[in-house]
Design a protein around this ligand. Structure first.
Ligand code: 9UX
Length: 65
């Protein structure tokens, strides 16, 4: 299953990497890709959207479903 969430505050490639790593640490996520231009992140796996939002926020970015 693929889910896309809104992620605001990414300004560079390292920001994208931080968001991807945060998402990939969430249980159930198999892969994650963040796109600062699109202000979004796409996640593969079976996981509650709220957990994705929380993980991104804990990494220091604004997120919403
Ligand atoms: Mo460099 Mo991206 O500080 O925040 S990781 S702009």
């Amino acid at each position: 299953m693929t889910q896309t969430i809104i992620v605001e505050g990414m300004t560079c490639e390292h920001c994208e990497q931080s968001v991807e790593e945060a998402l990939e640490e969430v249980e159930g996520v198999t892969s994650a890709t963040a796109d600062r231009d699109a202000e979004s992140a796409t996640v593969e796996g079976s996981v509650e959207p709220d957990k994705l939002v929380t993980a991104v926020e804990d990494a220091g970015y604004d997120a919403s479903v």
